[in-house]
Design a protein around this ligand. Structure first.
Ligand code: GLC
Ligand code: CA
Length: 541
């Protein structure tokens, strides 16, 4: 297996552009704002930035509805700013990863504007149309943001298919012309010097609506292989596909070391554990801890030597991990570091979502402060279906995407230093206590824990190469594992909860060197304090 790919030892930082840094005080983050924070990111030590979409967009779904793939939305800046960001980031040894939304475009994209004019229009076949009668859609399929997946266009007496909002019509990948347009556009960005791509809901592109199939359609991997051949394989890029429907079996196809598809995928098996099975993410259920360990262990084991994992807790669609599976009260710092140490010791490429390195938390606003289309549609739909408002708000506080989308907390000044204007979404009120400027200075901060973990991954090859073995699989409090390659061993021991369990791994640890921990010293090696995490290393003779 070729282990010399740059992205195997890299750590990637995700920026949600509208919430990162506002340079011109209109309340919305922008490209110049990002440029002004490159020193901060270089200090943290990350190697690449994945940028959620900054393309021209009506912002129905915060940029995941693109109306021009080759231009930047004026809200974020200009194409010139984008070129400057790529160049300036390069000087900080940071690559820029663009978000590719290829399953759908905006309904305001000129392809769609043409497509809906007539059935004969050359762009008509760029989208997925079916005949029908008004009020009687072709089938019962539902859109992810609520309502039918079919939208009637009276002018041409047809329905178009949309898996997300009505303003996000699905592209027709069966049409080779569509695929060619996409390849040309990607190659245009590659020529601009980007370092890679994140592929939005890539497992949906080979949809077969007549068979009610969206995820993992028959032609999916054929399409991805063609895409990869025509674009990514021509350059030294990292590519990561968002694939909610991935199993380990499928992930081995996607991330085959022969480079025929992608570098890796984001899979969500661990992320979906705290919801009622078969229901929606809003239907909350406690995290099954033993299952969490089993899921990680299986992915680590199955992909070893046969694929590559991505490692993440957070992104712009998920709640804040410290609020979700840590303790965002009294043990916030300890538990955020524990979660970091636990994840960063595994095999794969770690992703840090903006603010995760500060232990930023969820918010609990009233409904009028929410901006996310998914949250607002669900709120309306569930009210109509008779849910209690109180229960709906409980789900929103736990799982809304806006938990991750509040402005980055830079300092304890006005609006957390994000903007001088009214921010597009309310700042988390805890910014005086949780902010970057305070944590950069404090050597015991969460920020400096992440910084150290990133450094360790560079210094110790066992992070990249080692295999994975879960320890204490049945323990109800401790998540522990060992990584091993020809030269060394790495041992990670994490107390996942606020209890003080006995740790039966003391003997093993006693012969090893402590690389990082989240308490200042190890007092009683055989007992773990609340959320205590330790990482040990040892060379093999
Ligand atoms: C992905 C994105 C999400 C978006 C959706 C539709 O899941 O991460 O933010 O709403 O695709 O593009
Ligand atoms: Ca701005």
């Amino acid at each position: 297996m070729s282990n010399n790919k740059w992205w195997k030892s890299a750590v990637i930082y995700q920026i949600y552009p509208r919430s990162f840094a506002d340079s011109n005080n209109d309340g919305i983050g922008d490209l110049q704002g990002m440029i002004s924070k490159l020193d901060y990111l270089e200090n943290l030590g990350i190697n690449a930035i994945w940028l959620s979409p900054v393309y021209k967009s009506p912002q129905d779904d915060n940029g995941y509805d693109i109306s021009d793939y080759r231009d930047i939305d004026p809200m974020f800046g200009t194409l010139g700013d984008m070129e400057r960001l790529i160049a300036e980031a390069g000087k900080h040894n940071i690559r820029i990863i663009m978000d590719l939304v290829l399953n759908h475009s905006s309904d305001e994209h000129h392809w769609f504007q043409e497509a809906k004019k007539s059935r004969e229009n050359p762009y008509h076949d760029y989208y997925v149309w079916r005949d029908g009668k008004e009020g009687v859609p072709p089938n019962e399929m539902r859109a992810a943001f609520g309502g039918s997946a079919w939208e009637w266009v009276p002018e041409i007496q047809q329905y178009y298919f949309h898996q997300f909002s009505v303003k996000q019509p699905d592209l027709n990948w069966e049409n080779p012309k569509v695929r060619q347009e996409i390849y040309d556009m990607i190659n245009w960005w590659i020529a601009k010097g980007v370092g890679g791509f994140r592929l939005d809901v890539i497992d949906l592109v080979a949809k077969e609506p007549d068979r009610q199939i969206t995820t993992n359609g028959t032609r999916l991997h054929e399409f991805i292989r063609e895409l990869s051949r025509e674009t990514f394989q021509k350059a030294d890029l990292v590519t990561v596909g968002e694939a909610w429907g991935a199993t380990t079996q499928l992930a081995k196809l996607y991330s085959n070391p022969d480079n025929s598809e992608l570098s890796m995928v984001f899979q969500f098996e661990h992320i979906c554990l705290d919801q009622v099975e078969g229901k929606e993410k809003w239907d909350l259920s406690p995290l099954p801890f033993l299952k969490l360990k089993e899921v990680f262990a299986r992915w680590q084991k199955e992909l070893y030597g046969k694929g590559w994992n991505s490692l993440f807790w957070d992104n712009h669609d998920l709640p804040r991990i410290v609020s979700r599976w840590g303790d965002d009260g009294k043990n916030r710092t300890k538990s955020a570091k524990m979660l970091a140490i636990l994840l960063h010791g595994m095999q794969g490429t770690p992703y840090i979502y903006q603010g995760e390195e500060l232990g930023m938390t969820n918010v609990a606003y009233g409904i009028e402060e929410y901006r996310d289309i998914e949250t607002l549609n669900m709120y309306k739909e569930r009210l109509e279906n008779g849910y209690k408002e109180e229960d709906i708000m409980k789900s929103i506080h736990a799982k809304s995407r806006d938990n991750a989308r509040t402005p980055m907390q830079w300092n304890d000044g006005k609006n957390a230093g994000f903007t001088d204007a009214v921010p597009w979404i309310k700042v988390n009120p805890n910014y005086k206590e949780i902010n970057a400027s305070q944590q950069v200075e404090d050597e015991n901060s969460i920020f400096n824990c992440y910084k150290k973990l990133i450094r360790l991954r560079k210094d110790y090859p066992v992070f990249v190469e080692g295999d994975f073995k879960l320890l204490l699989a049945e323990d109800e409090n401790i998540f522990a594992y060992i990584r091993e390659d020809e030269e060394a061993q790495l041992l990670v021991i994490c107390n996942f909860y606020g209890q003080t369990p006995e740790c039966p791994l003391e003997d093993m640890a006693s012969s090893m060197e402590l690389l990082i921990c989240n308490y200042e010293d190890i007092e009683q090696p055989a007992t773990l304090r609340p959320y205590e995490a330790r990482m040990y290393w040892k060379a093999k003779k």
